[in-house]
Design a protein around this ligand. Structure first.
Ligand code: ZN
Length: 316
């Protein structure tokens, strides 16, 4: 929330009168983590790239003579400030290519502006489908409307693709059904930087958005894809949290493997949500990653669609 506010933080914010992006009626109603109005900041990365934070989700940017390449565009309410900030930081105000790592509003809030100005928008085909239809996201109890034509991806992939950048090639690829069913990473080989979107989140538990195809086993798959694409020097910029390295991805993969096995065992015992929370399947990790209630609930629910087709969680 910003990909996921913790519930108690939402309640705290509400009590303090802070403006909220989403209604409080639903549990964990919003996807956003940074407070509205948070200052934008830039982390300098190799190869002249920058990671901008404070726009709802991390934005990785690189400038060429004919325009900017952006990985994600922040949330709509931050878009004007983000694009002005990028122009000041890079000296380039035209966005020629915008990657959407997934459909969430914290990643796609600049699509209308970039698309209307003639920029290319690149995403997984499933991301284009979510953006182009009305749907109800059950775990948020929230309706999402189809985005206007200019906000839709102009180029989609199923597996992987490349694009010219800086005299070399940007590589981008599918991370399977991890955070949603349309997550892609974008790799800048010369800089040895990867923008990883909703996978590899490094400051709190990830959102398992099972309503649009994410699931806990897919988080393992997505992390495995990132680990394969990284070496020990690679800098990985997730949508939320600080820049991390391959060793952090490996640590996350080990942790989620442990948790997935525990959740699968509880599923085999037909535990309900209250009993699963009481069983504390993340107990030794909570000091590092925070209140696990939302994560456990979404992760457990996410298994339901896979108990017949994935040996990691099979109950038969
Ligand atoms: Zn997300």
């Amino acid at each position: 929330m910003t990909d996921r506010p913790r519930r108690r933080d939402i309640l705290k914010a509400a009590a303090g009168g802070a403006a909220l992006a989403a209604p409080l009626g639903a549990p964990w109603g919003a996807f956003a983590q940074e407070a509205a109005g948070a200052a934008l900041s830039a982390e300098q990365l190799p190869g002249g790239l920058i990671a901008v934070r404070g726009a709802g989700g991390a934005v990785v940017a690189g400038a060429e003579a004919d325009g900017l390449v952006l990985v994600d565009g922040g949330a709509k309410e931050h878009s004007v400030a983000l694009l002005e900030y990028l122009a000041r930081e890079t000296g380039q105000d035209r966005v020629k290519t915008l990657f959407n790592t997934h459909w969430h509003l914290e990643q796609t809030g600049s699509n209308e502006t970039v698309g209307a100005a003639g920029g290319n928008i690149v995403a997984h085909e499933n991301t284009r489908l979510w953006l182009s239809h009305d749907f109800h996201l059950w775990w948020q109890n929230r309706d999402y409307q189809a985005r206007p034509a200019e906000a839709l991806p102009t180029e989609t992939i199923y597996d992987h693709g490349t694009a010219p950048f800086g005299g070399g090639q940007i590589e981008f690829g599918y991370m399977l059904q991890s955070h949603t069913d349309g997550d892609i990473y974008v790799r800048f080989p010369e800089a040895n930087v990867i923008a990883s979107g909703g996978v590899g989140v490094s400051d709190t538990w990830p959102v398992i958005d099972w309503g649009t195809g994410g699931w806990i086993g897919g988080v393992l798959d997505g992390l495995a894809v990132l680990i394969e694409a990284s070496d020990d020097e690679t800098l990985i910029v997730p949508a939320h949290g600080p820049t991390i390295r391959k060793a952090d991805l490996v640590e996350q993969h080990e942790m989620y493997t442990t948790i997935t096995a525990r959740l699968a065992e509880l599923m085999r015992k037909s535990y309900g949500f209250a009993d699963v929370l009481a069983a504390e399947p993340t107990a030794e990790f909570n000091d590092r990653w925070g209140d696990p209630e939302q994560f456990i609930t979404l992760a457990y629910r996410s298994i339901w669609g896979h108990i017949r087709n994935d040996r990691r969680v099979s109950t038969i």
